[in-house]
Design a protein around this ligand. Structure first.
Ligand SMILES: NC(=O)c1ccc[n+]([C@@H]2O[C@H](COP(=O)([O-])OP(=O)(O)OC[C@H]3O[C@@H](n4cnc5c(N)ncnc54)[C@H](OP(=O)(O)O)[C@@H]3O)[C@@H](O)[C@H]2O)c1
Length: 323
């Protein structure tokens, strides 16, 4: 297929493009920052500068490229900083998830594009009632904390609009697998504490597994929503010390809930103490997807082994691999 990947230069797009090329697809890869042209070309795609928030530019880019399929992987999360008002931090990404999705879908209709897949998110979104792990059919949180209401609404919009249009929304877990993963730096600096009982559940996914699921969904998936997460949704109190160790950082600090609420806000406390995780049963069953990194337990160690060993001195990698 001729595949138009919007956001080919990002964390996800840059893992996806090589896998698509390896499967024999021809890829047009878009980027926003001018410096990324050669990066996209090196991934194996035909590079194209595009601002997804310019609907006229999206229309002509898609009509000209004449793809069989479109994958929307555009977000604006580079240099993300924690804030009690995450809606402000996510404002541009929310526009990419609403206006950007609309522009791509309109262009797709006009160009007769047959397949459409878009990036969504799995963690922290389900109603905070009942069991710890939720499926795609479980209700979303009707009352997200102030500070993430617009972001929740934008993700819901993307899920609904894409699936109603006959496309696929992939609710990815928290990405990891790159040396510059967003949360790795916070954990290295001990700025990511265990709050309260640390019972909030997170679902993770290694970038390579997420890209593999995306290729399958694009080629064969039925319209709808799929959680693309690993096999082990886990509470913060379990995964955070393992991540800190894998990164060669000191163990995480512990903060009481009231103090975290005061300094970091309601969104942080919800994620740390109440959030529900996501089940990958549907994606495995319906897409036939298998994971190379079924759990963050092994995934974190593999992902950060090289950087950590470099940081600590050459001996550690040898120690960890038991040689
Ligand atoms: N599920 C998750 O956990 C999740 C999801 C997304 C991101 N993240 C994390 O957030 C961090 C940053 O993500 P990232 O590296 O993918 O960078 P990013 O800044 O979120 O960019 C993603 C892609 O969208 C493109 N883009 C940005 N604004 C655009 C616009 N207005 N129009 C069209 N395309 C636009 C970018 O192009 P340029 O690069 O050329 O500007 C890039 O190709 C990473 O650590 C990543 O792992 C996590």
């Amino acid at each position: 297929m001729r595949v138009f990947v919007a956001g080919a230069s990002g964390a996800m797009g840059s893992r996806l493009v090589p896998q698509l090329v390896e499967q024999g697809h021809e890829v047009i890869g878009t980027f926003k920052s001018p410096g990324n042209l050669e990066r996209v070309r090196a991934l194996g795609a035909e590079p194209l500068a595009l601002d997804l928030l310019d609907p006229a530019a999206v229309r002509s880019a898609v009509l000209e490229a004449r793809p069989d399929a479109i994958v929307h992987q555009a977000t604006a999360l580079a240099n993300l900083r924690w804030s009690r008002n995450m809606d402000r931090v996510f404002a541009q990404t929310n526009r990419l998830r609403t206006e950007g999705t609309d522009a791509l879908l309109a262009a797709a209709r006009e160009a007769g594009v047959r397949r459409f897949v878009a990036q969504s998110f799995a963690s922290y979104r389900c109603a905070r009632v009942g069991g710890p792990v939720k499926t795609e059919d479980d209700p979303l949180d009707p009352t997200p904390p102030a500070g993430m209401r617009e972001s929740s609404a934008a993700m819901r919009y993307l899920d609904d609009t894409v699936s109603k249009a006959g496309g696929i929304a992939l609710r990815y877990g928290g990405f990891y697998g790159a040396p510059n993963d967003g949360w790795a730096d916070l954990v290295r600096k001990r700025q990511f504490p265990i709050v309260g009982n640390g019972g909030g559940i997170t679902s993770f996914i290694h970038l390579d597994d997420a890209a593999a699921a995306t290729v399958i969904a694009l080629e064969d998936g039925a319209a709808g929503i799929y959680n693309i997460v690993d096999d082990e949704p886990a509470p913060v109190r379990e995964w955070l010390p393992v991540l800190a160790d894998a990164l060669g950082a000191k163990p995480p600090r512990r903060f009481p809930g009231w103090l975290a609420r005061l300094f970091a806000g309601d969104v942080a406390v919800m994620m740390a103490t109440e959030a529900r995780g996501a089940s990958n049963a549907k994606a495995k069953r319906e897409l036939g997807w298998t994971l190379r990194y079924p759990s963050w337990r092994q995934g974190f160690v593999t992902a950060y082994e090289v950087t950590t060993a470099t940081d600590r001195g050459a001996g550690l990698a040898t120690q960890r691999s038991g040689m």
